[in-house]
Design a protein around this ligand. Structure first.
Ligand SMILES: [Zn+2]
Ligand SMILES: [Zn+2]
Length: 251
């Protein structure tokens, strides 16, 4: 068996031409799980299913390109024509406070009625329907988790935003597919350390860890994704897939 991965948004840090920010839907016949919900991702999600049919949402960190669309989703669920709907929200540190901080007191109270908040941290392990999820600490400037998700005996590792590191290596070990951020292009030396990977870094990392199937995502909105794919393939030493809005694959 395999589960399905729908790409809702693949743009890194900001939107790009026709590209929206991080969002991924994982589906088995019985479970629908949303991973991250950045600017615009919720629009593409609604092409596939209404918000209330989600079995859970996992947010990896508080950067807006990974979570800001939950504000709009909150209003849709709160004022649903059948009465307010609820979804379980598994959120990394500071996500809940950041989002409710944008709302009035009344709305912040209602936010907690719509989203049943479950705080998650590196090292946590939990289940959402058919999916078994483990959180790993990510190397990034704010508290961030990388996710290792098993469903139907298949495993996907999602780096979230990450500069690599030993914890990510553990998360990736033996996975069937690695969905890895590749924010930047060219020489890594021109960028700050400890924030993101270049496409070449992503390929090098995946090759060193022995990944069989690599898909890159989170290419900076202003960059050309196809160039990133080529740079990643060069260091990976094999074909690399590119996350593209509207496309789906079996993990
Ligand atoms: Zn990001
Ligand atoms: Zn980030």
């Amino acid at each position: 068996m395999a589960f399905e991965l729908d790409i809702l948004g693949s743009s890194g840090s900001h939107t790009g031409p026709g590209r929206v920010c991080s969002g991924y839907l994982l589906r088995t016949p019985d479970t629908s799980l949303l991973m991250d919900c950045g600017n615009g991702a919720s629009a593409n999600l609604q092409r596939i299913l209404p918000f209330e049919e989600l079995d859970g949402i996992v947010i990896t960190h508080r950067h807006v390109d990974h979570c800001i669309d939950l504000i709009g989703m909150f209003y849709a669920l709160r004022f649903h024509e059948e009465g307010h709907k609820t979804v379980r929200l598994y959120a990394a540190p500071q996500v809940h406070d950041m989002l409710t901080g944008l709302l009035s007191d009344d709305s912040a109270f209602a936010f907690n009625e719509v989203f049943h908040h479950v705080p998650i941290h590196a090292g946590d392990h939990f289940q959402v329907g058919d999916f078994d999820i483990t959180c790993f600490e990510s190397e990034h400037p704010v508290p961030t988790v990388s996710l290792r998700i098993t469903g139907d005996d298949r495993t996907l590792t999602y780096s979230s935003d990450s500069a690599g590191g030993a914890e990510l290596e553990q998360a990736v070990e033996g996975c069937d597919m690695f969905l890895c951020e590749a924010t930047w292009q060219g020489d890594a030396e021109q960028y700050p350390r400890g924030v993101h990977l270049t496409a070449g870094d992503a390929g090098t990392f995946a090759r060193r860890v022995g990944v069989e199937r690599l898909m890159i995502t989170h290419v900076l909105g202003s960059l050309e994704p196809e160039r990133s794919r080529k740079e990643a393939a060069r260091t990976f030493g094999a074909d690399v897939e590119l996350a593209v809005e509207g496309e789906a694959t079996k993990v």
